[in-house]
Design a protein around this ligand. Structure first.
Ligand code: NDP
Length: 448
C-alpha cells in the first residue's frame, strides 16, 4: 500500500478514461475518476452514439420514399424532431447509467466535479478537497474549435446540435471534415436546406480523392449547397431571428442555425499542467511517449487530449494499454497501423490503409481496382446513387494496402475488410475468395 489516497487518479470519464479506470481497478489498483460533465464523455454523450442514432433516423427519409417501389403504401411521411431528439437523449442517459454502474462495480471512486492538478501527485477537486495519487491520467478529451469572428456567439457546435428546440429550415455548416459531412447529411434528410462551407477546395482531406469526389457529387445532386474556398466574416442576428452569414469568397447566406465543425482542440486549459512542467504542443495537447507518459513521470495521457488520432476505439485501446502496462504487469503498446475509419455521411464512407496517392508516395508502383456500381436496392427503388469501391495494391508484393468505399453500409463492410488489410492479405487472396451473392460486399472479391 502506498501513502497516496489512490494508486491512480483519472481526470475525464470518457472512452479512454473509463477503460483505463476499470482495467486498472481489475488489476487491483485503487482508482478514482473525476468527471465535470456526464459519465461517458464525448462519444456517448455528444458524439458517436447520439450522432449514429440521428443517422439512422435520417435514413428513413429515403427509405420511406423507396418503400413504394417495394410495394409498400406509406402514407405521407412527417418527421417530428422532438420525438427523435428526446428518444436519443433517453438512450444517452441509459448508457450514462451503465457507465456509472461499470465504474461502481469495479470499485472506482467517482468524483462528479472538476479536478485540477496542484502537484505531480496532487489533485484539487472543485469542492476544495485535495487528494493524492501515485499516478495521474489525463483523459479530458477535446472541445470544438470556433473561429474568432464577430457574432460567433450565435453559432452552435456538435455539443448543442443534439438539443435543438426545433429542426431548422436552413442550416449553414462551417468545415469540411467528419462532423460537417455527417451533419450535412442528417440535416438534409430531415428536410433542411444545407449549405456546407469549406475553406479550401477539398473536403475530408486525407480520404481517397475518388471517394471524396463521389460524396461531393452525390451531396450536390441531393441538393446540398457545397461551397469551396469560402469563409465566414461575421454572423449577424436579424430582427426575424434568422442569422445572416457575411461571407468571403462566396455570397452571403441567411440561415436558422450555423454549425461549426472545424476540428477539435485539447481540453488542457487551466488544468494546472503547464505549471507542473507537463509539456504541451502549440495546440495544447499533452506530449507523451509510447507508454503515454508525459514529461512529468507520474502524469500520463490517453485519447483525444493527445491530439493524434481522435477516434473512440483508439482512446479505448490506449486506456487499456496504459492500465495493463502500469498496473497489470503486462507492458503493452498500441499498434496504430491500419486503423479503419468511417464518415457516416449519406451515403457513408469506409476506409482503411493507404489512399492511392499515399501508396504511390510510399511504395512507388501501385495497382488500383475500382468497382463503380448501382446497388441492387437503389436500382429497384429508381435511385440513381452509385457506390464506389476501390482497392489499392502494392504492385511488388501484391498486398492490398488500402480499401476505400462509399455506399450503403460501407462502415459495416469495412470493419471486416479491415482485417484483411491488417493481416496483409494479397490481391490473390481476395480473388481466391468466393463471392457471397447477392451482396454489395461481394464487389470486394470481384474486382479484376
Ligand atoms: P475534422 O478534423 O474532421 O475536419 C475539420 C475541417 O474543418 C476540415 O475540413 C478543415 O479544413 C476545416 N477547418 C479547420 N480549421 C478551420 C478554420 N480555422 N476555418 C475553416 N475551416 C477549418 O474535424 P471535425 O470537427 O469534423 O471532427 C473532429 C474530429 O472528431 C475528427 O478529426 C475525427 O477524428 C473525430 N470524429 C470522428 C467521427 C467518425 O469517426 N465518424 C465523427 C466525428 C468526429 P482543412 O482540410 O483545410 O484543414
Amino acid at each position: 500500500m502506498s501513502d497516496f489516497d489512490f494508486d491512480l487518479f483519472i481526470i475525464g470519464a470518457g472512452s479512454g478514461g473509463v477503460r483505463a479506470s476499470r482495467i486498472a481497478a481489475a488489476h487491483g489498483a485503487r482508482v478514482a475518476v473525476a468527471e465535470e460533465h456526464r459519465l461517458g464523455g464525448t462519444c456517448v454523450i455528444r458524439g458517436c452514439v447520439p450522432k449514429k442514432l440521428l443517422v439512422y433516423g435520417a435514413h428513413f427519409a429515403e427509405d420511406l420514399d423507396d418503400a413504394a417501389m417495394f410495394g409498400w403504401d406509406v402514407p405521407e411521411k412527417r418527421f417530428d424532431w422532438a420525438v427523435l431528439r428526446d428518444n436519443v437523449m433517453a438512450e444517452v442517459s441509459r448508457l450514462e447509467g451503465l457507465y456509472g454502474e461499470t465504474l461502481t462495480n469495479h470499485q472506482v471512486k467517482v468524483f462528479k466535479e472538476r479536478a485540477t492538478l496542484t502537484g505531480p501527485n496532487h489533485i484539487r477537486l472543485a469542492s476544495g478537497r485535495t487528494v493524492t495519487a501515485g499516478k495521474i491520467l489525463i483523459a479530458v478529451g477535446c472541445r470544438a474549435a470556433l473561429p474568432e469572428i464577430p457574432g460567433i456567439e450565435h453559432a452552435i457546435t456538435s455539443n448543442e446540435v443534439f438539443h435543438l428546440e426545433r429542426m431548422p429550415k436552413r442550416v449553414v455548416i462551417g468545415g469540411g471534415g467528419y462532423i460537417a459531412n455527417e451533419f450535412a447529411g442528417i440535416f438534409h434528410q430531415f428536410g433542411a436546406h444545407v449549405t456546407l462551407v469549406n475553406r479550401s477546395d477539398t473536403i475530408l482531406r486525407g480520404y481517397d480523392e475518388q471517394i471524396v469526389d463521389r460524396l461531393v457529387k452525390i451531396s450536390v445532386a441531393k441538393g446540398i449547397d457545397m461551397r469551396f474556398n469560402s469563409g465566414f466574416q461575421a454572423i449577424e442576428k436579424q430582427d426575424d431571428g434568422s442569422l445572416l452569414c457575411r461571407m468571403k469568397g462566396s455570397a452571403d447566406i441567411v440561415a436558422d442555425e450555423v454549425l461549426f465543425a472545424i476540428g477539435r482542440l485539447p481540453n488542457t486549459e487551466e488544468l494546472g499542467l503547464e505549471q507542473l512542467g507537463v509539456q504541451l504542443t502549440d495546440r495544447g495537447a499533452v506530449v507523451i511517449d509510447q507508454d503515454f507518459r508525459s514529461t512529468v513521470p507520474s502524469i500520463f495521457a490517453v485519447g483525444d487530449v493527445t491530439d493524434r488520432i481522435q477516434l473512440t476505439p483508439v482512446a479505448i485501446r490506449e486506456g487499456q494499454a496504459f492500465a495493463d502496462t502500469q498496473f497489470g504487469n503486462k507492458p503493452t503498446r498500441v499498434d496504430y497501423g491500419c486503423i479503419p475509419s468511417s464518415v457516416f455521411s449519406h451515403p457513408p464512407i469506409g476506409t482503411v490503409g493507404l489512399t492511392e496517392s499515399q501508396a504511390k508516395n510510399k511504395l512507388g508502383v501501385v495497382r488500383t481496382y475500382t468497382s463503380d456500381f448501382r446497388p441492387m436496392k437503389n436500382v429497384l427503388a429508381g435511385r440513381n446513387e452509385r457506390s464506389l469501391y476501390k482497392l489499392v495494391v502494392d504492385d511488388g508484393s501484391d498486398e492490398v494496402v488500402g480499401i476505400h468505399m462509399i455506399g450503403p453500409d460501407a462502415p459495416e463492410i469495412m470493419q471486416a475488410a479491415a482485417i484483411a488489410v491488417k493481416a496483409r492479405l494479397k490481391k490473390a487472396d481476395f480473388d481466391a475468395t468466393v463471392a457471397l451473392h447477392p451482396t454489395m460486399a461481394e464487389e470486394l472479391v470481384l474486382m479484376r
